[in-house]
Design a binder for this molecule. Structure first.
Ligand SMILES: Nc1ncnc2c1ncn2[C@@H]1O[C@H](COP(=O)(O)OP(=O)(O)OP(=O)(O)O)[C@@H](O)[C@H]1O
Ligand SMILES: [Mg+2]
Length: 456
């Protein structure tokens, strides 16, 4: 049975309510704030019903103290007729509901039922959120190297404050994973974690996704739609691949950071929001500023705390822990048993520079597990993966590449594909997008280049 605390300086009211409600609930009564708080603190009270006037004291003062102890409280106010303004203010302050005196007991019972339902729902949400954060609190992050320990150390220091974080580092180093880690280890973990990949959505759609719109803002806007930023209110928002955000939206984002408000498309009123912003990029934002593609003021607003995630080649001591993690992941997923890793396999991994970082290592292991026979990971499995990156690794990045008259088309195509891959830190899907071909075509081309990989 749920417990209810009734607070009124009129003992007759307390006793009448006790008598009416005692079959359904455990009833406690108190005649002033001090007694009420004592009972609240020493019993598992689900709901409080208090008179607005408690002699010289106010039911609202009691409510504020309870709210401080338990923000998820349910308090119902008993009020005299004529206190409408006070009631409106109380409800705005978070009081669950009110009932006028003289009390209609049937109506009160209905309000109590709703209040208890609300409280249970809140508990359920809290339980689910805790489950979720427990799930995410163990990410299986490997951070054994000195460089990664420094990263985790910084995160520990800043996880509970609201300053904006800029995560930088090459593609595949774990920026997105670390952003989630920050959220699920910080004090916003039971709130929403919103994320948008600025490179994946065309900018005209990105604006309505992020900021939402008002009904009638454009053809097809049939009703108000809140944006992703607003939906993450109270939580954390990750702007992934921030370097790809177009200039107009950069201006809108600046407003979100500076004014802590969002303007839905077609809206005349801004909406206040409270989010922690994390941005991630594998681009050099200072270069983008110099090219006029990134706002300098936004850069400084984002770069309050910079966390640079080192490339895998600078933390090779983590390779085998990661290999173990990925073998466990993919042997379970692919239903394969791996007992042995050959020496050659290990040596090749250690000698390799991983331009695609941890994501590349993960792909190598996934593929090796899929192709393994008799529970052994050996070199043959790994070469196919490595060749596509290794051969182009040392070529110098350049914006202009020499193509000579008389050169074969196949050769020119190869130069363009390999150079574009390099510019995109070997991210095949990004390169495919730039080149206007599919990722599969890139993979097939790389296979054909395998025997003849020097760019000539
Ligand atoms: N320290 C780590 N421990 C375990 N797994 C990791 C670690 N860092 C990254 N990973 C894994 O590597 C893969 C790539 O990581 P992630 O997507 O976070 O990289 P990224 O830096 O965001 O890449 P991009 O710049 O391409 O977005 C993911 O599958 C992630 O789970
Ligand atoms: Mg990422």
């Amino acid at each position: 049975m749920e417990s209810i605390l009734i607070v009124d300086d009129d003992i007759l009211i307390c006793e009448t309510l006790r008598f009416t409600l005692k079959d359904k609930y455990v009833i406690f009564t108190a005649k002033n704030i001090e007694d009420a708080l004592y009972i609240y603190n020493t019993n598992n009270i689900q709901l409080v019903i208090t008179d607005l006037k408690l002699g010289q004291e106010s039911g609202m003062d009691l409510y504020k103290k309870i709210k401080y102890l338990d923000p998820k409280n349910v308090v119902i106010l008993m009020t005299a007729y004529g206190s409408t303004e006070l009631v409106i203010k109380a409800i705005k302050d978070g009081v669950f509901y009110y009932i006028n005196k003289p009390i209609d007991l049937h109506q009160l019972e209905l309000i109590i039922e709703q209040g208890i339902k609300f409280k249970n729902l809140y508990k359920e949400i809290e339980y689910l959120n805790n489950q979720l954060s427990a799930k995410y609190s163990d990410f299986g992050i490997i951070a054994d190297s000195h460089a990664m320990k420094k990263v985790i150390n910084t995160i520990e220091k800043v996880k509970n404050i609201n300053s904006t974080i800029l995560l930088t580092g090459e593609s595949g180093t774990g920026k997105t994973m670390l952003a989630k880690y920050i959220h699920y280890h910080g004090n916003r973990r039971t709130k929403h974690f919103g994320v948008i990949n600025c490179a994946a959505i065309p900018s005209n759609l990105l604006e309505s996704e992020l900021f939402g719109y008002k009904k009638g803002a454009f053809t097809g806007a049939l009703k108000d739609k809140p944006g992703m930023i607003e939906l993450a209110n109270g939580g954390t928002f990750l702007f992934d691949e921030i370097g790809e955000l177009d200039l107009a939206l950069q201006t809108k984002l600046l407003r979100v950071i500076q004014e802590k408000e969002v303007f839905p498309i077609g809206g005349s009123q801004p909406k206040k929001i409270d989010i922690r912003i994390i941005a991630a990029t594998n681009r050099n934002l200072v270069d983008l500023i110099n090219e006029g593609k990134f706002r300098e003021d936004l850069y400084y607003r984002l770069n309050v705390i910079n966390i640079h995630v080192p490339p895998l080649r600078e933390r090779k001591e983590e390779i085998f822990k990661l290999v173990e993690l990925f073998i466990t992941r993919y042997s379970t997923l692919l239903d394969k048993k791996i007992d042995l890793i050959s020496n050659d396999f290990c040596k090749t991994l250690l000698d390799y520079s991983f331009p695609g970082n941890i994501r590349e290592l993960e792909n190598i292991i996934e593929r090796a597990v899929a192709l393994s026979t008799d529970g052994v990971l050996d070199t043959i499995d790994i070469e196919n993966n490595i060749l596509s990156y290794e051969s182009i690794e040392n070529s110098k990045p350049s914006k202009l590449i020499p193509i000579f008259l008389g050169e074969s088309l196949i050769n020119a195509e190869k130069k363009i594909i390999l150079e574009t891959l390099k510019q995109c830190s070997y991210n095949k899907s990004e390169a495919a997008k730039i080149l206007g071909i599919t990722e599969r075509t890139i993979r097939n081309k790389l296979k054909t280049y395998k025997s003849d990989l020097i760019i000539d």
